[in-house]
Ligand binder design. Sequence first.
Ligand SMILES: Nc1ncnc2c1ncn2[C@@H]1O[C@H](COP(=O)(O)OP(=O)(O)OP(=O)(O)O)[C@@H](O)[C@H]1O
Ligand SMILES: [Mg+2]
Length: 253
Amino acid sequence: MNNQLKTNNNSRIDEYLKILTLHKIADIYRVESDKAAKTKLSYTDYLLKLLEEQVLTKIERSINRKMQIAAFPQIKRLEEFDFSFQPQIEEKVIRELANLNFLEDGKNVLFLGPPGVGKTHLAIALGIKAIEQRKRVLFYSAEKLTEELAAAEVSGMLNAKLESLSRLDLLIIDELGYLTLSNQTAKLFFQLVSKRYEKGSIIVTSNKSFEDWGEIFNDEVVASAILDRMLHHSYPFFINGKSFRLKNMSKSD
Ligand SMILES: Nc1ncnc2c1ncn2[C@@H]1O[C@H](COP(=O)(O)OP(=O)(O)OP(=O)(O)O)[C@@H](O)[C@H]1O
Ligand SMILES: [Mg+2]
């Protein structure tokens, strides 16, 4: 093809790809078409290659966006979790959870135990697995969640807030129990749990055993109503092992 014609064609292709917002293809099609000519790739294989790259970019962007929305405090992956350090946690069960069937069934996961045993790590890791399957996930500390619920109630937006939280595929509530809730916020928390009950999964981490949940919610009746719903379809993990934080400290000493 003469050079002038090729340049004209390329600038029209660039324009069309821009209109169609196929930016990835715009970036790579020249190099790929030279490669295809050299390796005698068929027209369909060449087209397939371009479309695959564009689709991969789209998926990657959507995952990145969902990761930002989820607002994880850190990135913690299942692959980084050392199960041999915490033998109480059944690796097989966690790996099954990572297949995300629990989300389809609206089941909950509870990680209970003292500081540093990996509760938040596992909650985030399952959240990331869910996002990789294009699920909508939000991570909250119990404190921030209850503050937002209380603020929504004050501004008359509680129903809208509960609605939006109930539309998520997975809600992660971290550090339940480090702070005691007021009677009012405990009731808001109950409304949230009721709304998601049997519809959408919640992962909760807590340093308090179930007997002490009355203390968290400042009310035995509300606490048992919340526990009842949370536990009905759930995977509770009781982790009593050593703190991973202290292990790392003694290593560097
Ligand atoms: N078994 C493990 N393998 C690898 N890293 C771990 C493991 N357990 C914990 N960690 C790491 O140790 C640190 C503390 O873990 P994590 O934050 O999950 O603790 P936690 O149980 O949520 O504690 P807290 O109740 O204080 O919030 C994190 O950096 C986490 O990635
Ligand atoms: Mg934690």
